[in-house]
Write a new protein. Structure first.
Length: 103
């Protein structure tokens, strides 16, 4: 039972014997640039999905990490927002990135 709890904590699910990373794993791992993740997971997940969708759009393995760099405060994030045709939401996303970056 403890092993299952640890798996769920890290956001890993087992499907047909394979481990699949979930949104929780992306949220919890190496994105230390965002100081105020705790309590703001919902807004982190919202902007994080942009980077995930952008990587799926361009099919390049480093796009998602570059998009998340500096807590979404970078040119890759803005390019991803434009590529996903979400440019009308840029002011909202900038505010969200500021909330996440301020610890």
């Amino acid at each position: 039972m403890l092993g299952l709890a640890a798996l769920l904590l890290w956001g890993l699910d087992c499907v047909d014997g394979e481990q699949v990373r979930g949104v929780r794993a992306r949220w919890f791992t190496q994105y230390e640039d965002c100081f105020s993740l705790i309590g703001n997971r919902d807004i982190y997940d919202e902007v994080s999905e942009i980077c995930y969708d952008c990587q799926n759009l361009f099919r390049q393995s480093d796009v998602e990490d570059k998009c998340r760099a500096n807590c979404f405060w970078n040119e890759y994030f803005v390019l991803c927002v434009h590529a996903l045709q979400l440019w009308s939401r840029i002011p909202q996303y900038k505010l969200t990135a500021n909330i996440l970056k301020v610890g």
